[in-house]
Design a protein around this ligand. Structure first.
Ligand code: ADP
Ligand code: MG
Length: 233
């Protein structure tokens, strides 16, 4: 696998990406010819109506779905040329995910949730502890480390999820409606937190959102409709 990454190379690149679904005798062009380059440190937001193809695009970029045509190249690696296990390895070590409904494990504490990706990556105990503490502090949750998700507010849970998404230092974070379940003040705080941390660490972010007030925080905003997008800014 090619792991060398030049600052000038895109973290991820899609070319003529298409994904169709067959529903009965109807064909749905969920993603219909998307060309997108995202560079290190960029914070790209993707807006568009429900059903416009945002989640499908994120899943393709994550290698969770295979394109019907076109390709996804991640740090120089063409997904279609990788084995399933190589793809899984990229997802586990190089991509962080943030979901609308937080996706935390309910029986684990905030600390254990953040630590999990490091365990999966085989990081040793001492380093795990240092990293987990550092990231919990970064998201302002040091005092809540030992709480379980149900003891935390939505905003706090999403902070945990952000820490978990980036604790293993991935070059790419994919966030699907990360503020969809938060009130607008909390949404603003969470979105800026993600943007600031990603910016400091030179992480590329692709985040979908419905909330127009969050779009101004992006370095680039894309709008999707019927599986295609037009660049707004
Ligand atoms: P968004 O995230 O913007 O709401 P999606 O990517 O979820 O949009 O969906 C885009 C289109 O693809 C929609 O018409 C949706 O119904 C369809 N779609 C998504 N996933 C599937 C699937 N697994 N099977 C059939 N149709 C799907
Ligand atoms: Mg969606």
């Amino acid at each position: 696998m090619n792991n060398s990454q030049n600052e000038l190379d895109p973290t991820v690149q899609t070319s003529d990406l298409e994904r169709t679904y067959r529903l009965g005798n109807q064909i749905i062009h969920a993603v219909n010819g998307v060309n997108l380059d995202i560079y290190p440190g960029e914070f790209v937001t993707l807006q568009g109506r429900s059903g416009s193809g945002k989640t499908t695009l994120l899943n393709l970029v994550a290698g969770l779905e295979s394109p019907s045509s076109g390709r996804v190249v991640f740090q120089g690696n063409d997904f279609s040329k990788l084995s399933e296990s190589a793809l899984t390895e990229i997802r586990r070590t190089k991509i962080g995910f943030v979901f609308q409904s937080f996706g935390l494990l309910p029986l684990l504490s905030a600390y254990e949730n953040v630590e999990l990706p490091l365990r999966l990556a085989g990081v040793n105990r001492k380093e795990r502890e240092a990293q987990t503490r550092e990231y919990l502090e970064m998201v302002g949750l040091t005092g809540r480390s030992h709480h379980r998700p149900y003891e935390l507010s939505g905003g706090e849970q999403q902070r945990v999820a952000i820490a978990r998404a980036i604790v293993h230092n991935p070059p790419l974070v994919l966030a699907d409606e990360p503020t969809g379940e938060l009130d607008s003040d909390t949404a603003n705080v969470i979105f800026s937190l993600l943007r600031d941390i990603a910016g400091e660490q030179n992480i590329a972010v692709l985040a979908t959102t419905h909330d127009p007030t969050l779009l101004s925080m992006a370095t680039r905003t894309l709008e999707m409709s019927d599986g295609k997008f037009s660049e707004l800014t």
